[in-house]
Design a protein around this ligand. Structure first.
Ligand code: SAM
Ligand code: SF4
Length: 334
């Protein structure tokens, strides 16, 4: 194999998060504005280009690939991409192929995903109340997502739910969400809302619910044990002794996780972001299109990783949104 990808701070890059579309069938208030302008289709990498790109990363030592978006399952023919990637699972070059989805299309694709070698998926759901679900996603229907969750479990996929922790919104549902997951043997992760994109009317500082507070509330009902599990990302994990389930807390704003960062993100147009919390990116689309061989592309990947910053600049202190990013989460895929 080629030399592995090591960044200037001696971190091995083994995890790629790839956004395959900026489009979505929801308009979650913290993620998109209602009238988003999407990229012209010609700017997107084709499915063949996405395959070449991932194959190059895998050749350079990436062991885990997460597909995200936008909503990855609204990209036309995306199953053929998953089927293509399954060859890397079969060869052993790739350890895990997974995705993050809003679940709306899962009832159609859960079985195909399993057949392509996907074994675990993350489904985002912030509330179990139909009216609140419609409010937060603007366009989503809770019933479709619940159907998607059932289909995923039936297909044999291990499911983890992701919920964005929102003050005065799902605070009151903390135990309902926990019990919903416990009953289905699903892990649950809470995400602190991040200052991404210019969403106009929304006051994201006001929506912010510190996960230290959420944890304290959980501790009023459950015995919590800190788990040593680290994923190289911003999540830390607790076990609820009474249910045995794992609860993750993603706290990019209050915890420093950068020293163990093992990941990079690539957008659907082929921009590589080596840090979620920094503006700097590099273009991989032109190198990808520059030649049929992969040397130009691999050099561009190495150059980008050679510039991976040490850490991010998010900061909510003093009620401001320091380090706020201008791009939307649907752009880099979260
Ligand atoms: N559409 C898919 C979904 O919703 O799961 C995948 C893409 S979405 C951008 C990935 C994750 O980012 C979701 O769990 C979503 O809740 C989260 N997210 C979006 N905007 C966010 C924000 N401003 N702060 C924190 N999490 C956010
Ligand atoms: Fe779509 Fe996911 Fe963003 Fe919601 S969080 S608008 S489902 S991309």
């Amino acid at each position: 194999m080629n030399d592995p990808l090591i960044d200037p701070f001696a971190r091995a890059i083994t995890y790629l998060r790839l956004s395959v579309t900026d489009r979505c069938d929801f308009r979650c208030v913290y993620c998109m504005s209602e009238n988003m302008t999407f990229l012209p289709k010609r700017d997107l990498l084709t499915l063949e280009e996405l395959d070449r790109l991932c194959t190059s990363f895998i050749g350079l030592g990436v062991r885990k690939l997460r597909i995200t978006g936008g909503e990855p399952l609204v990209r036309r023919d995306i199953m053929s991409f998953f089927q293509g990637m399954s060859r890397h699972l079969q060869s052993g070059a790739l350890e895990e192929l997974t995705l993050t989805t809003n679940g709306s299309q899962l009832h159609r694709f859960a079985g195909d995903l399993y057949d392509a070698g996907v074994r675990r998926i993350n489904i985002s759901i912030d509330t179990l109340d139909e009216a609140k679900f419609a409010e937060i996603t603007r366009w989503g229907k809770l019933v479709n997502v619940l159907r998607g969750i059932d289909a995923a479990l039936e297909a044999g996929l291990k499911v983890k739910l992701n919920a964005v922790a929102l003050k005065d919104f799902n605070e009151s549902e903390l135990f309902d969400l926990t019990e919903f997951c416990a009953a289905r043997d699903m892990d649950l992760t809470f995400i602190e809302v991040m200052p991404m994109g210019d969403l106009g009317e929304e006051d994201r500082v006001g929506q912010y619910w510190a996960l230290s507070d959420l944890q304290a509330k959980l501790a009023t009902r459950y015995t919590l044990t800190d788990l040593p599990d680290r994923t190289g990302g911003p999540a830390r994990y607790l076990r609820l002794e009474e249910t045995g389930q794992r609860v993750g807390l993603i706290t990019p704003l209050t915890h420093n996780f950068c020293e163990s960062c093992n990941r990079v993100r690539v957008t659907c147009t082929g921009e590589i972001y080596t840090c979620l919390g920094q503006e700097g990116s590099a273009d991989l689309r032109e190198p990808l299109r520059a030649s049929e061989g992969n040397d130009v592309l691999e050099n561009a990947i190495r150059a980008a990783i050679g510039n991976k910053p040490k850490g991010h600049d998010f900061d909510y202190s003093r009620g401001n949104e320091g380090g706020k990013m201008s791009r939307h989460m649907s752009h880099t895929g979260g």
